[in-house]
Design a protein around this ligand. Structure first.
Ligand code: NAD
Length: 510
């Protein structure tokens, strides 16, 4: 397999690797003359320059995918399943390579990156069951001599536009079910950490996926708009921030495409007075600061109900000095840097604004960040946060956890239900009756009961409510099979046939 690091192009800094597109089964260098910087967030050094594509390059990728679709759509379910088993084995064998490539550009610690790849692998494993997943229904003798049956067929060329925070897993949410369903795929990954997508492309080729079935175009708004407007792109999956998700949904549907657009989040974790304080504190620290808070399922608001607030804040405060912040490749590190310097500074500004607007700064990550040029911020805890403060209103997407104090379950529930986002939510309690009431009443797509990050397993689907998702379909699981296929119902009547023949061979599926 080709190594990721290639000789830099002439005229560029020797230490900066050029990151090209992947079209028609090979690396294709961009012609736009435009590129985006890629950093190692742990050192602050630029390590890559990603080609930003033109409209023509996007068109080339889409045309390659459209040409490949003519034969890919005819490949039998048995062959597709066989291929996905090979893909599963290859990605499993290269899981650490993938994890290292994403730690190098995203910054998350290697153990967390391995977890990201493992959760993506689960989606690939789900896709291995494609023959069962696209099974139709059959009604014999619906009318006299007439049978009716339903089938699901692939759409054609579909596109995925993905965020920086899960550069391997979120693309897997999309390409695995899309390709298994018989579509061809064009991925536009985040320009901040694009290399895992190229490694993905190389592994898929090595597994035997035909050229053109999976393509990667790097880029910014130019590439995204070219995909949204391209007449051969039938469906678009997007994961990213809410303003862009809304734009993708509105623009894609205006151009007649099927669109699912997953947006941002402000996930609350409610802790009731009867909860186990130590368990809740462990969960809050894990879910608040894991991946430096750069997860759409990160807990960013802790709602402490009644007299649990003081002991809970104290228990979290005790745990914070033990969180080891450092380079993601160091085995001891538990939390890495943020993705860019600008993002780190924006996140840090919420500590300042929280303090100015009346919150209590229990832990200030600006004071505990490791020295050096990396984009680090230490863990931060704000107490007595109120709904008017910026730290509460905005999706911070960093290691800043806000504690809001509520007097009752009803007040805590209202906070969640009044919030414009509705991605994940968690309730910590020992009361099963309240938990059951909560799952019924709460307006969020993914609910954890004593589970802080309730990311569904691969055979359920992932998605939020309200401003966390535009469109009807959630990602991966059964809803992805529905999203990436179109239904067809056949009503048939046959004259009495005399077409049988003798064949003594053992019946084969292929
Ligand atoms: P982003 O919205 O900035 O970027 C996502 C993608 O959109 C990237 O590929 C980017 O190149 C593209 N893009 C950015 N600006 C664009 C524009 N003006 N026009 C067209 N395309 C544009 O998101 P991000 O910063 O990469 O990722 C973090 C965000 O993603 C957070 O808000 C997080 O909550 C969200 N997220 C959501 C989920 C989910 O499942 N709901 C999962 C992961 C991340």
């Amino acid at each position: 397999m080709t190594e990721l690091a290639e000789a830099p192009a002439a005229g560029r800094d020797e230490s900066v690797t050029r990151i090209p597109h992947w079209i028609g089964g090979q690396r294709v260098e961009g012609t736009s003359g435009r590129s985006g910087p890629v950093y190692n967030p742990a050192t602050g050094a630029q390590t890559g320059a990603v080609d930003l594509s033109t409209i023509e390059e996007v068109d080339a990728a889409v045309q390659n995918a459209a040409a490949a679709w003519e034969s890919w759509r005819t490949v039998s379910l048995a062959r597709r399943a066989e291929l996905f088993f090979r893909i599963r084995e290859l990605f499993h064998a290269h899981r650490e390579d993938l994890a290292r490539s994403l730690t190098a550009e995203h910054g998350k610690v290697l153990s967390d990156a391995m977890g990201e790849v493992a959760r993506g692998l689960e989606v690939i494993e789900y896709a291995c069951g494609i023959p069962t997943l696209v099974k139709g229904e059959f009604s014999e003798q619906a009318s006299t001599g007439i049978d009716v049956y339903s089938i699901r067929q692939p759409l054609g060329v579909v596109a995925g536009i993905t965020p920086f925070n899960f550069p391997a897993m979120v693309p897997m949410w999309m390409w695995a079910p899309a390709i298994a369903c018989g579509n061809c795929f064009v991925l536009k990954p985040s320009e901040k950490d694009p290399s895992p997508s190229l490694l993905t492309a190389e592994l898929l080729k090595e597994a035997g996926l035909p050229d053109g079935v999976f393509n990667v175009v790097h880029g910014d708004k130019v590439a995204v708009d070219a995909l949204l407007e391209h007449p051969r792109v039938v469906a678009v999956s997007f994961v990213g921030s809410t303003p862009i998700a809304r734009y993708i949904y509105e623009t894609g549907t205006k151009h007649g495409k099927r669109v699912q657009a997953l947006g941002g989040a402000k996930n609350h974790m409610i802790v009731l007075p009867d909860a186990d304080v130590d368990m809740a504190a462990d969960a809050a620290v894990s879910a608040g600061y894991g991946s430096a808070g750069e997860r759409c399922m990160a807990v960013s608001v802790l709602v402490a109900v009644g007299d649990v607030a003081d002991p809970l804040v104290e228990a979290i405060k005790q745990r914070l000095p033990k969180v080891k912040v450092g380079n993601g490749l160091e085995p001891a590190s538990e939390m890495g840097p943020l993705v860019t310097r600008e993002h780190r500074d924006k996140v840090a500004s919420y500590i300042a604004s929280g303090s100015e607007q009346g919150a209590t700064v229990v832990a200030d990550g600006r004071e505990t960040a490791p020295d050096g040029d990396g984009f680090f911020l230490g863990v931060s805890l704000l107490d007595n946060v109120t709904t008017e403060m910026d730290a509460y209103r905005d999706e911070i997407f960093g290691p800043v956890l806000s504690v809001v104090r509520a007097t009752s379950y009803d007040e805590a529930l209202a906070l969640v239900n009044d919030n414009p986002y509705g991605n994940g939510v968690a309730l910590f309690t020992r009361d099963g009756g309240v938990a059951r009431q909560f799952q019924f009443e709460v307006t969020a797509g993914m609910v954890g009961i004593n589970v802080p990050i309730p990311v569904p397993v691969a055979y359920y689907s992932f998605g939020g409510w309200k401003a966390s998702l535009f469109g009807d379909s959630h990602a991966y699981g059964p809803e992805s099979i529905h999203f990436y296929t179109r239904g067809k119902v056949v009503t048939s009547r046959w004259p009495d046939p005399a077409t049988s023949a003798v064949d003594l061979g053992f019946p084969q599926t292929r």
